[in-house]
Write a protein that binds this ligand. Structure first.
Ligand SMILES: [Fe+2]
Length: 325
């Protein structure tokens, strides 16, 4: 435990021995937190690179407005959720509801937009309304995943890389439409966006759009030089769906896996065995940390260093997110 000298009225307890590193205030206002942050920005930035994620507790955040105010002080440039693969609704300014994906299913661990050529540097998740049960945002250090991944899986993934496929409908169907995904109904705008971030695209006869991203399975962090597991193979692979969902999806896709809303193969087009995906999920789970949300908690995640997921939940839940460019 350590106490950092800071602004009067807002002296947090800091626990560096935990993951995520935890900064705990004894009831600070939003402005008190911002004053503390402004005196400790370098310290926080350095520790974010070490820990990968920092949890802040005890700040009076009970509304989207306050979350927007506090995150506005933490990141100067925010990005929107264009090109995202899950439903996510904009609430206000740079604040989004974290996901509206069916509450009864878990979302597997992933680094945001790792299938894309451009991803956010940081995510800030905040708890405005805690879930009734479950609904945690598990975190895992992507450097530790490299340490625990079986060497033969790591080697094959790095050598073959990944080919992510998304099939977006034109208005009705499973998952998001291409108009929602790109925030436009003009095909030329979508095409230009795809070209600018190296996505192959193909318009389909039914008005839908197929997108293909070929990406590496690991990356080197540009500042720390560390290797991170940085892919969404398990999230894109149909094996992660509960069986009844998989069967329904396969009916809609006429039995062709490549026509599912999300699909992934190795970069050369060869199949990733189901057993490999199960092993990846199992191994990642051994180093994942799950903690319950408390009202007002927020967590700053270095998106290349730490992956996140979502546990199934019941009750109301308002976990909001902002993404820093
Ligand atoms: Fe996410």
């Amino acid at each position: 435990m350590e106490i950092l000298a800071t602004h009067i009225g807002a002296i947090p307890m800091i626990d560096e021995g935990t993951f995520p590193l935890t900064i705990r205030f004894d009831g600070a206002s939003v402005d008190e937190f911002i004053a503390w942050y402004q005196s400790n920005t370098d310290w926080l930035d350095n520790n974010l690179l070490k820990s990968g994620a920092i949890l802040v507790q005890g700040v009076d955040i009970d509304s989207v407005d306050k979350f927007e105010h506090i995150t506005g002080s933490l990141g100067s440039k925010f990005r929107d959720y264009l090109d995202g693969s899950y439903p996510r609704r904009n609430l206000k300014g740079h604040v989004y509801i974290s996901t509206e994906y069916d509450a009864s299913y878990n979302i597997t661990m992933h680094n945001e937009l790792s299938y894309s050529a451009k991803w956010p540097s940081r995510l800030i998740f905040g708890c405005v309304i805690p879930p009734g049960t479950g609904g945690e945002t598990p975190l895992v250090d992507s450097r530790s995943i490299i340490d625990v991944m079986p060497p033969e899986i790591l080697e094959e993934f790095e050598r073959k890389q990944l080919r992510y496929v998304r099939n977006l409908h034109s208005g009705q169907g499973m998952g998001p439409s291409w108009k929602d995904t790109f925030g436009t109904d003009e095909k030329e705008v979508v095409e230009q966006h795809c070209r600018s971030i190296d996505i192959e695209y193909e318009w389909k006869e039914d008005g839908g759009l197929r997108l293909i991203n070929r990406r590496p399975a690991t990356r080197i962090h540009p500042v720390t030089g560390e290797k991170v597991w940085f892919n969404q193979a398990d999230q894109y692979h149909p094996t992660h769906f509960p069986e009844e969902v998989y069967e329904t999806l396969m009916l809609i896709a006429d039995g062709v896996e490549e026509d599912l809303p999300l699909f992934v193969s190795f970069g050369d087009g060869s199949k990733i065995p189901e057993s490999t995906i199960h092993e990846i999920i199992r191994v990642i789970d051994t180093v994942t940390v799950v903690r319950p949300w408390l009202k007002g908690d927020f967590v700053i995640v270095e998106n290349m260093l730490v992956a996140h997921g979502r546990k199934a939940y019941t009750g109301d839940r308002q976990i909001v997110v902002s993404m820093v460019e």
